[in-house]
Design a protein around this ligand. Structure first.
Ligand SMILES: [Zn+2]
Length: 405
């Protein structure tokens, strides 16, 4: 029964505790508190020293499957250009051979090294499930579907369900379905995915929404780069009528948005969309570093939090970010929203992500009964506010696992 002592403990569910102790047993947190002199008499006491202990981080949105694209797509100010490059590269994944699987394995190791214990993995091929399982990473594998032509919807759905049926069932790694985005998925396919999810009360889903100006234009009047890409790929559906609305209104009318859905990006959202989204109970997942590099623009982080919507955070894929360090996403959020309490940013990378993924009873906070998935961050130099310190940039060399839960 390990008995830890640490400079700082961040339960997240309550304010940080200085000079703290923590006891775990059998993979679970048993108790913790502030150190009083004479507390430590146990033989198995482990003094962790000058570190802050926090719950394993939840990366609520990533595509580990695209890890082989790291460094291959230059930063751009033009989102549709970025999207075209990803589509072209994806088509050449077959030529990469073992490099795809190796990159997935390396990326999972890297994410673990940055203190990530829970993931929302979005995959078209399900190629990442086995590796996540092997590394003992918990989370949700979202099998992402694309298909803009209504006539293709039932075939796409049938194939996806058959692929999912072959996946190993596990409480730690759950599989579900997700539509890619409003400009790449037909209303018919959205409807089929929604109906499938309704049959499973625990299932989550996710969708990229409000990412680029091109998407907003497309939903308003059916024109712009999204349409050009669909036409060029032979995926345009001439029977589709633009909803003439913002993407939140569009998805809400289709009955797709509720508290089980992770809406990713929202870079283009204003107050109206955010209020609308908050009312659905959906979680908004921001990927701020990736948004800048893909040309989608900087997300309005402060407005996100002001709207009352639950905010979680993800790295997105190595196609758009240089590494899978979630602490660097927090640093970027802090840069974009200097007035927000650091506590809210830390919640977004822990309990909010855990809750959105359906793992809040096991992960996301340090509380008795939860898994002892605990990360230690070594504190270099003077720390005036521990919460501020943790959103100001933490690198891999500072991070270690106390226990992996
Ligand atoms: Zn994404």
């Amino acid at each position: 029964m390990p008995y830890y002592r640490t400079d700082w403990l961040l339960p997240i569910s309550q304010p940080p505790i200085r000079d703290a102790w923590l006891r775990t047993d059998g993979g679970r947190i048993v108790a913790f508190g502030h150190t009083r002199p004479g507390d430590f008499t146990a033989d198995d006491e482990i003094d962790l020293g000058q570190v802050a202990i926090l719950p394993a981080l939840a990366n609520a949105h990533t595509h580990l499957e695209l890890s082989w694209m790291r460094g291959r797509i230059p930063e751009t100010g033009d989102f549709s250009q970025w999207l075209r490059t990803v589509i072209e590269l994806k088509a050449r994944a077959g030529e990469q051979g073992d490099a795809v699987a190796q990159a997935i394995d390396d990326a999972i190791r890297e994410a673990r090294g940055f203190g990530t214990g829970l993931v929302g993995e979005v995959t078209n091929t399900l190629a990442t499930s086995g590796a996540l399982e092997e590394h003992g990473v918990a989370g949700v594998v979202f099998h992402e579907l694309l298909g803009f032509r209504s006539e293709d919807a039932s075939g796409i759905m049938a194939e996806a369900i058959a692929r999912l049926a072959k996946q190993r069932r596990s409480d730690r790694l759950r599989h579900t379905l997700a539509p890619h985005a409003p400009y790449s998925v037909s209303p018919a396919l959205f409807g089929l995915i929604r109906d499938a999810l309704r049959g499973d009360p625990l299932a989550k889903s996710t969708v990229h929404v409000g990412e680029s100006a091109a998407e907003i234009e497309f939903l308003k009047d059916g024109t712009g780069p999204c349409r050009t890409v669909l036409e060029r790929m032979g995926r345009w559906d001439s029977s589709w009528l633009p909803p003439q609305s913002n993407p939140v209104g569009y998805l809400d009318r289709m009955g797709f948005l509720d508290d089980r859905v992770l809406v990713v990006h929202g870079t283009q959202f204003g107050d109206a969309e955010l209020t609308q989204l908050a009312a659905t109970g959906a979680t908004l997942v921001t990927c701020p570093r990736g948004n800048v590099r893909t040309g989608a623009g900087s997300p309005p982080i402060e407005e996100f939090f002001d709207s009352g919507v639950r905010v979680a955070v993800g790295t997105d894929s190595l196609a758009s970010v240089p590494d899978l360090n979630l602490f660097s996403e927090l640093e970027e959020m802090r840069r974009l929203a200097p007035a927000l309490p650091a506590r809210l940013l830390l919640e977004s990378a822990t309990i909010n992500g855990a809750r959105a993924l359906g793992f809040e009873s096991e992960f996301g906070t340090i509380d008795a009964g939860k898994r002892d998935a605990l990360v230690a961050v070594r504190l270099d130099g003077y720390v005036s506010s521990i919460e501020e310190y943790l959103v100001s940039g933490v690198d891999a060399a500072q991070i270690s696992w106390v226990s992996t839960g």
